[in-house]
Design a binder for this molecule. Structure first.
Ligand SMILES: O=C[C@H](O)COP(=O)(O)O
Length: 372
């Protein structure tokens, strides 16, 4: 399950985030850059206001002198926060700092933040795991200069989350994320998605938290507590696929046609070590919603392209059948997709095309209920 982290600067904003479904309250001063810390008094005030209803995280500015790093973290931990985030320095003493923080990691969940736009040092991930850190988070340092997804491909982001999983570190993704990014990033399997700008009016991270913007992001991230309890929550339930929209059998087709990419594919020895052109044609039958022009009603072709990139980022694949199966499986992860047809063709083997075409359907979900 992916948790929603909301960055807030005051107890009032924390209440808005809590009321609209955030999973983690993150204390941060957006006016002070990507990872601006609030004062200890401000953090303690937010912790007191939240009063255990949700986990709270805070940012610590790493002191210049690594020897004082531990004390700064211990002071932050004394405010009662559950998580402490800090920017992992790009300096030669990063390894030493991580080791010095190991005792703190026993008392509070430490999360190292790496910036996708500043050549993140992924080689430190094993040291973080060894020192008992809770997780690692990718964010962007230069707000206003692009979204996380502009800095790193979904394939590279999937590699990051997979590496974290191997090391038993929680993986977080953030960085000027916008609502359409959410379904695309869910495919990469993050433990946490972090937001500030997307929760504010007009996406301005310095403006206050906006209730409608926060609720929209919440609705785009499935939750474990998505149980069928009340029809009052109908919109959210439809968006997450737990109830059928009106017009049960009506579907629209979202497609990706003639998408040609170089792929390392083939079972023969001569097919290893280089790419060949592969064409994808994908048709997804998506349950129709009456509501349009709302981000929650969109199943985007971006998601299909991203799924292809994630699958291909894993290196050589022997069979086009394997690619087709994985792609169908990935597209069907999206609750509104009823069935999908995937055609994968090699274009450099014969004068025409050779390949496979499969059709897969969603298995009925026992949790799903039909409308009256
Ligand atoms: O930790 C998450 C950040 O506060 C994200 O901020 P942003 O969405 O404005 O980049």
């Amino acid at each position: 399950m992916t948790l929603m982290l909301a960055s807030v600067l005051s107890r009032e904003e924390a209440e808005v985030a809590l009321a609209h479904g955030a999973d983690i309250i993150d204390c941060k001063d957006p006016a002070r850059g990507a990872l601006g810390a609030l004062s200890l008094a401000q953090v303690a005030d937010i912790v007191a206001a939240i009063d255990g209803r949700l986990p709270v995280s805070a940012v610590v500015d790493l002191p210049h002198d690594a020897a004082h790093a531990r004390r700064a973290f211990e002071e932050a931990a004394e405010t009662g926060v559950d998580y402490i985030k800090f920017a992992l320095p790009q300096t030669p003493d990063a390894g030493e700092i991580i080791a010095r923080l190991a005792p703190v990691a026993q008392k509070v969940k430490l999360v190292a933040v790496l910036f996708a736009d500043l050549a993140p040092a992924f080689e430190h991930l094993p040291a973080l795991a060894l020192a008992g850190f809770h997780g690692a988070m990718l964010d962007t340092a230069h707000k206003g200069k692009g979204r996380l997804i502009d800095m790193m491909s979904v394939g590279a982001l999937s590699e990051f989350t997979a590496r974290c999983r191997e090391l038993r570190l929680a993986a977080g993704l953030a960085g000027a994320l916008e609502p359409p990014d959410v379904p695309r990033l869910l495919v990469t399997g993050p433990d946490v998605l972090g937001f500030r700008g997307a929760l504010c009016a007009q996406g301005d991270r310095r403006a206050g938290l906006d209730a409608a913007a926060t609720a929209l992001i919440r609705d785009l991230i499935p939750t474990r507590s998505d149980k069928i309890e009340t029809l009052a929550a109908e919109w959210a339930l439809i968006a997450r696929g737990y109830i059928e929209p009106p017009g049960l059998n009506e579907t629209d087709c979202v497609f990706l046609h003639d998408y040609v990419v170089p792929v390392e594919v083939g079972a023969y020895a001569h097919e290893y070590g280089h790419t060949q052109r592969v064409r994808f044609n994908v048709d997804a039958e998506v349950a129709r919603l009456d509501v349009t022009d709302d981000m929650r009603s969109v199943f985007s072709y971006d998601v299909i392209m991203d799924a292809i990139k994630v699958i291909l980022s894993g290196g050589h694949i022997a069979m086009v059948e394997t690619i087709a199966e994985r792609l169908a499986e990935s597209v069907l992860l999206h609750e509104r997709v009823r069935s999908v047809t995937v055609q994968v063709e090699k274009l450099d083997v014969a004068p025409g095309a050779v390949g496979v075409k499969i059709r897969r359907e969603r298995h009925p979900d026992p949790r799903r209920i039909k409308p009256n």
